[in-house]
Write a protein that binds this ligand. Structure first.
Ligand SMILES: [Zn+2]
Length: 308
């Protein structure tokens, strides 16, 4: 598949209904095409308040990514943002009638299938990337996340849970829509059985069930099967793709994460945007449909093909 050099939106509106994971309330989402490349924006139908998917509007990161503006909150935005960015649909208006997006099956697959059914259309101009020029890192005790220069978007993720059913898992991939569909989209959100009571006491995960999450006990998953042996780390990568949408543009860089989560993902997005010497804008190379413009060679740095 030739990847588009032009900004993409979806071809027709799609509507999906479901219930929120944390509030367990019904909600309906309609994703609409836009006519100009204006990024990914949420619109709360009842109030008309619009919230762009931007890192500086993230208000809450307890177990999901929540955008806050003018007193309005949109929770659990990361799986839909992940599906859109994974498919390179970087411009759309997402109309929501509730304050939490539906959890569906806990993965990005329902979004990916609906978006794939209608397909994409090109918008005027060229895709515009945030190209990383030098490393930016955010650290916390026993966890860290870093972005460094790379010709495409490459993700390297490690989780290390002190839990016998998960343990240490690592995965690395260069993101393309095909790889996103095949390797990340269907990985479901997960939690530990021992955490459920605590989350419920905080009013979280009220809509959670084995229909929309993998629940690990010490003996293994309570669900009948896993979709991948390392489904947990794949879901973390899915979340990372969604949280990187909050940069406001697709990224050209290698993102390495160790034991990270939404808070560190968003902290990295904010740290990168704030360090304006660490990145630059780059338009998709008009001359070559399969590769981005060549990166300058640095000693010790070998740019990998964008579609490795
Ligand atoms: Zn998630």
């Amino acid at each position: 598949m030739t990847r588009s050099r032009q900004p993409q939106t979806l071809r027709q509106p799609i509507t999906i209904q479901g219930r929120g994971l944390h509030g367990n309330r019904p909600c309906q989402v309609t994703i609409r095409p836009v006519e100009q490349p204006t990024g990914l924006r949420f619109l709360h139908g009842p109030t008309g308040i619009e919230i762009p998917a931007k890192a500086d509007l993230v208000g809450d990161l307890s177990l999901a990514t929540t955008l806050v503006k003018d007193g309005l909150r949109f929770g659990t935005v990361e799986h839909l943002l992940s599906a859109l960015m994974g498919l390179e649909i970087e411009h759309a208006l997402i109309e929501v009638d509730s304050e939490e997006l539906p959890i569906l099956d806990g993965s990005a697959t329902p979004w990916v299938e609906a978006l794939s059914q209608v397909g994409t259309q090109s918008l005027p101009g060229l895709r515009r990337f945030i190209k990383v020029l030098r490393p930016v890192e955010v650290k916390a005790p026993n966890k860290w996340i870093r972005v460094s220069p790379h010709s495409g978007l490459r993700l390297r993720y490690t989780i290390d849970f002190d839990h016998p059913a998960i343990g240490r898992q690592s995965r690395e991939l260069s993101l393309t829509p095909e790889k996103y569909r095949r390797e990340l989209a269907s990985a479901r959100t997960f939690c530990m059985d021992k955490d459920i009571e605590y989350m419920r006491s905080k009013g979280l995960a009220l809509g959670g069930s084995l229909e929309n999450a993998v629940v690990f006990s010490a003996q293994g998953p309570l669900n009948e099967t896993l979709r991948f042996e390392d489904e947990a780390v794949r879901h973390k990568m899915l979340d990372l793709v969604g949280d990187l949408a909050l940069l406001g543009a697709p990224l050209l860089g290698l993102v390495e994460a160790h034991a990270a989560g939404h808070a560190l993902h968003v902290a990295l997005a904010k740290a990168l945007l704030a360090d304006t010497d660490a990145w630059t804008w780059q338009d998709a190379d008009a001359a070559s449909p399969r590769r981005h413009a060549p990166l300058p060679m640095h000693a010790g740095f070998n740019p990998a093909p964008a579609l490795a």
